[in-house]
Each structure stands twice: as C-alpha cells, then as structure tokens.
Design a protein around this ligand. Structure first.
Ligand SMILES: [Cu+2]
Length: 124
C-alpha cells in the first residue's frame, strides 16, 4: 500500500513538472531569439542583437555606437579595444560562436552560423 501511494505521488509531481515546462516553453521563445543580421551594434555594455544569425560564408560587422571602450573577443577572432569604428569577421563554418567584451563582465554575444552551401568541410 505504501509503495502504491508513493508512485501516485511521483506521477503527480511529474505531471506538474511537465505542465510547468510546457508553460515556460511558450514564454521563453520570445526572450532571446536570434536575429537574422550580419550587423551588430556595440553599445555601452551590451551587444545588439545579443544573438545574431548569419549563413556560412557571411561577414559579420560590429559597429561601435557607445561612448566607452569595448572589444570583441571570441575563439579565433579579436578586435582592438576601441570606442568607435567597426570590426569585421568572416564566418565560414556553421556553428555557434560565443564572444564577449573583456572590459565588461556580462557583455556577451553569440554569432550563430547556419549551414549554407559549402558549409561542410568534408572535401578538404
Ligand atoms: Cu565593453
């Protein structure tokens, strides 16, 4: 009897969790959806959009629009510390590239490169 009752409790808990997860799913979809653009604005202490999506082979350009010094540092690419001007980086391979400004903690962004033609590197 005790076991039976415990199982019932677990089933209720799982059902509740699924219900909550389902609700969260619908709301978080709009929060940080990637924007299809190769132009990223470097503002004072944030990148806009925070997540940019481009096709493989495209060049992403960051343009400094704030007043403070910032940089763009990712794996395999790095800009100077600058307060104006721009920085460009070509992304040939599909993948998700996280980058950040090393001067300001929490100033982070992501470039999502989707597989276009020639995105696979099998032939090399
Ligand atoms: Cu910064």
């Amino acid at each position: 009897m005790r076991i039976h009752r415990r199982n019932l409790l677990i089933c209720s808990a799982v059902g509740l969790a699924l219900l909550l997860a389902g609700c969260n799913d619908g709301q978080s979809a709009t929060a940080q959806a990637p924007v299809a653009t190769s132009a990223i604005s470097v503002q004072d202490n944030q990148f806009e959009p925070e997540a940019a999506e481009v096709a493989a082979g495209e060049t992403v350009t960051w343009t400094w629009e704030g007043d403070s010094d910032h940089n763009v540092v990712g794996e395999g690419f790095q800009s100077d510390v600058q307060s104006e001007g721009s920085f460009s980086q070509e992304f040939d391979r599909a993948g998700t590239y996280a980058y950040r400004c090393t001067l300001h903690s929490g100033m982070e962004g992501t470039v999502i490169v989707t597989g276009g033609d020639g995105a696979t590197e099998e032939g090399r």
